[in-house]
Write a protein that binds this ligand. Sequence first.
Ligand code: DHB
Ligand code: FE
Length: 266
Amino acid sequence: KATPRVRQLTSGLIRHLHDFARENELTVDEWMAGVELMNEAGRMSDDRRNEGQLLCDVLGLESLVDEITYKLALSADSEPTATAILGPFWRKDAPQKSMGDTIVTGFEGAGDRTYMHGIVTDFRTGKPVPGAVLDVWHTGPNGLYEQQDPGQDDMNLRGRFTTGEDGKYGFYCLRPVPYPIPFDGPAGKILKALDRHPMRPAHIHFIISAPGYKPIVTQIFDRNSKYIEDDAVFAVKDSLVVDFKPLKGNEKAEFELPYDFRMATF
Ligand code: DHB
Ligand code: FE
């Protein structure tokens, strides 16, 4: 629809594309190579693969837009939990689970079991947020999300947990590992052209939502992970870097990860 905003964005895009072409004296062949890259991204994309988003991500665009959209959350404890990019692997309708459940099936003997737990609070009042839904997802020890990996059960390593009156949450997952974003398509070509690696540091994704509060799309990052300073898609923020702690006396997990989420009202 031709709203003023759509007109502004469209003419802004045209202006910058034309400037780009003029500045670089873009030739017909070079422009066609760009067209082919976009077409290839389109052909590769389906329910399981979002190459267009991946392409934006290696260009740093999703991280920039995340920063622009959520200016508020930066780092200090007095602020809401910082946001981070959604990435291309979220799926809607992850299984609803009860507190204390695990999101892991399979991978017996692989990966470090982790108990992640904490409380969701209102950052202004410090009070617990009841009815907050934590939508969580991460990769297997093989570095693959369930939809990329025919060896995993549908919706493995995903779950939605709802807080009770005390705002607390807790669930079992795996300690994540660093892994490469898919680099067999246009996003990989961009990385190669710039001599960049495709690796992301170990991370777990979340969308935290609650009635009356702004949803938080974010990720947490393992401090000890390789690539923590050099994420291929530029998503790491200091306040989202966490410490996994060895856990004794719980046969279900070798590590625990205490982490609290702070939400802001609309
Ligand atoms: C991207 C983000 C992810 O979280 C991920 O696991 C893979 C790729 C991305 O931003 O492209
Ligand atoms: Fe991810």
